[in-house]
Design a protein around this ligand. Structure first.
Ligand code: MG
Length: 371
């Protein structure tokens, strides 16, 4: 692999309200492309230029963790999500640059190899009836070959309330019946329930052959989640929101969940997500990362999941399109998330193996920080 000892010269951003793309240029003119975490990306891009770029520019890059920790130390009065969402743009651009420098896909830089990766179809919708959800997942099973799906129960941070009365009880019976025994069934409660409620619902999930219960309780109440994990036989999962290693260490040490789900972008990039996977691996805990839309987060997650020894069986792949995520349209050239027989492909193209769409970039707001 190329020796790393090179100055970061220029950091440019192309920003719309939901997505901000980063172009990194090194002192020798070589480039890499990355992306910050989605949503409020216009705010994140400001943080990128004011609190991230200034520490990275002119810095001799030789190691990811050292550079990223330096930025976090310089910005130690701002712990938490936004600075990390912005650092994700730098980290993912550096990984793309490194892959291109070496002519290798990112996954090959971290121990994986290109190829097909099984995905589960991930529904984001709650405003859909159990019957409609069953029909659309069945159609995806038959046309795209998905062998696993996740659907939503309860309501998001819903203080115990269902999206509408009876929806959860109905959907956890209808979907397994329609999808059949050969399809793996997962659910996500998005922090809805108390521990007592979640245990009761979890028993019904077990009875209906559902194997994965995500974020049963408010994620900021690990002791509640722990009660659910202890009480149920199925996998209780979580961690998508978490980006602080004190929280990860506690979650893994105390086995708060059976499966950890770091989000590459919320974590601050691939480098820190790899550290979470490694902590989990040392504790024999599976890692099934969170990736909820078809921006760069899912491509990074493909390279990540493919390389780690404790990977869960399936990539999370959003099934939502224009009506739910109009802002992800035309972000890339081609169709990097095409599903064939339930699998997506990590190609042997260098870096992340994707090209941001020049016409998308052209319409975005441009900013530049330079040495
Ligand atoms: Mg989730």
């Amino acid at each position: 692999m190329t020796d790393l000892c090179i100055n970061i010269k220029k950091l440019e951003t192309f920003t719309k309200s939901y997505v901000s793309v980063v172009r990194l240029t090194m002192e020798d003119g070589s480039q890499g492309w990355g992306q910050m975490s989605t949503y409020c990306a216009d705010i994140t891009a400001q943080i990128f230029h004011r609190q991230v770029a200034k520490h990275a520019l002119g810095h001799i890059f030789n190691e990811f963790t050292d550079l990223e920790n330096l930025i976090l130390e310089r910005e130690h009065k701002y712990p938490g999500s936004y600075v990390l969402r912005a650092i994700a743009g730098l980290d993912t651009a550096l990984w793309d640059w490194l892959g291109k420098k070496n002519g290798l896909p990112v996954t090959a830089l971290i121990g994986g190899s290109p190829g097909m990766l099984p995905a589960y179809g991930s529904s984001m919708k709650r405003d859909i009836t159990p019957k409609e959800e069953a029909d659309r997942l069945k159609k995806l099973r038959d046309t795209q070959g998905f062998k696993a799906f996740k659907f939503r129960i309860g309501s998001e941070c819903g203080r115990g309330k269902d999206e509408w009365e009876g929806r959860t009880n109905e959907i956890i019976k209808v979907l397994p019946r329609v999808l059949g025994d050969d399809v793996v069934k997962l659910v996500d409660a998005n922090s809805c329930y108390s521990a007592d409620q979640a245990i009761e619902i979890g028993k019904a999930l077990e009875d209906n052959d559902i194997t994965h219960f995500e974020e049963p309780c408010p994620y900021w109440l690990p002791d509640e989640t722990k009660k659910v994990t202890n009480a149920l036989k199925i996998d209780v999962t979580g961690g998508e929101q978490d980006c602080d290693f004190r929280i990860w260490k506690d979650m893994i040490d105390r086995k708060i969940v059976d499966i950890v789900q770091p989000d590459v972008m919320y974590m601050g990039g691939l480098s820190r997500a790899l550290l979470v996977a490694d902590l989990a691996n040392k504790a024999n805990i599976t890692c099934t990362p969170h990736a909820a839309n078809l921006s760069l987060v899912t491509m990074c997650t493909m390279h990540f999941l493919n390389a780690i020894p404790n990977a869960g069986k399936y990539l999370e792949l959003s099934i939502e399109g224009e009506d739910y995520y109009p802002w992800q349209r035309d972000l890339f050239l081609g169709d990097p998330f095409k599903v064939t027989d339930g699998n997506v492909e990590i190609t042997d193209k260098p870096g992340w193996g994707v090209e941001f769409n020049p016409s998308w970039l052209e319409k975005a707001e441009y900013s530049c920080s330079e040495v």
